[in-house]
Design a protein around this ligand. Sequence first.
Ligand SMILES: [Zn+2]
Length: 442
Amino acid sequence: MRFLSSTARLAALICTAAYAFSQPAYDLLLQGGHVIDPKNGISAVRDVAIKNGSIAAVAAHLDPSAALKVVDVAGLYVTPGLVDIHVHAFAGTGERGSYAGDLSVYPDGFTLRNGVTTVADAGCSGWRNFEDFKNRVIDRSKTRVLAFLNIVGAGMRGAKYENDLADMEAAPAAEMALRYKGLIVGIKTAHFAGPEWTPVEHAVEAGTIAKIPVMVDFGTDRPERPIAELLARKLRPGDIYTHCYSGLRHELDDSGNLNPGMLEGRKRGVIFDVGHGNGSFAWRVAVPALKQKFLPDSISTDLHAGSMNSSMKDMLNVMDKFLAMGLTVDEVIRRSTWNPAREIQHEELGHLSVGAPADVAVLSLQTGRFGFTDMYGARLQATRKLVCEITVRNGKVVYDLNGITRTDWDKLPKNYMQTGDPRWDGIMPQGRTAPAPSGKGK
Ligand SMILES: [Zn+2]
């Protein structure tokens, strides 16, 4: 500046001021959608504005001229980005037959296209290999990937490891969880076949030290450790019982009534999570349980290589199943956003409060003839189905099924090149920039 003439200095100042004026108040405005934000008690038509990766405003009407990009989402639901707290995402190690390997999937291929912006890996890694998981997947994913740490030090690598009582130490698990506080959101115990309570007890011990919940896949059904004792005595309020509609551990008694232990656990504050998977959701359990008003606290997929093309498919399919059993869209969204975010102590997620990370799902509710299958291949027919139209992650559109955010090709300049603007567009390839400012409009 010191070498500039006073005229040039003035010109520079004017330019800066003009630039400041030209900076729109919002990067992205989702206009006229039906917002469902259970945490804030909103279920109504609202505009949602986003700036610098955060929710900037939610109101009945926001000025479209204040936004760089306006997207008309009338007739669609606008919800917080979905939070799936039971997935298996420790892919890429090359280990066969292992959830720390081939049985896991890379999350981005399954999440963003379903409105899911946050997942929690359910115990694929233990304290011995969590950092490898972090390096391979967590640090490289567009999806926000969090983790339940397996109480088994070696992680979820098959029966030989998962039944090894000697490798279920609370202290090193808790130490790793504290080292990565916020990233490690809980302790997992799973797939245990023995009669001992050790895995549950050590998981609770680690969870108590690290002040995080425990998630239980209760493994083989054993008379020595009945579910009622787990739910009524062993778990703490806030601990999570996943696979709650599998029926594999007497969640219902022989006459189809809820196990009193389930009710007692709920009364004590134990959390019940779906964890659908390939072997943990049966209509003959879920339908009677819901008729007895036993709704899940959170809806989750148990996504892995074996469930993704089986009865489970994806997050929206699991949510559709609860619509099919009579829950409202609002009830289903609550259990896929704010409830799971709270369960994993990430209260900054799962809602659209001003200042929250701008993770958003835009969903359509389609009607027609649809069928939904369970772990045994039994079908339930229904007429409603959620479809993900747009996913916004960290303020940027990262998925857009029908190009709602895009311009028709024949309305662009004849030799058009890359469209979009990196301030709202997370789809345009990195390094490829739009040749001219994209301006406003749809
Ligand atoms: Zn699982």
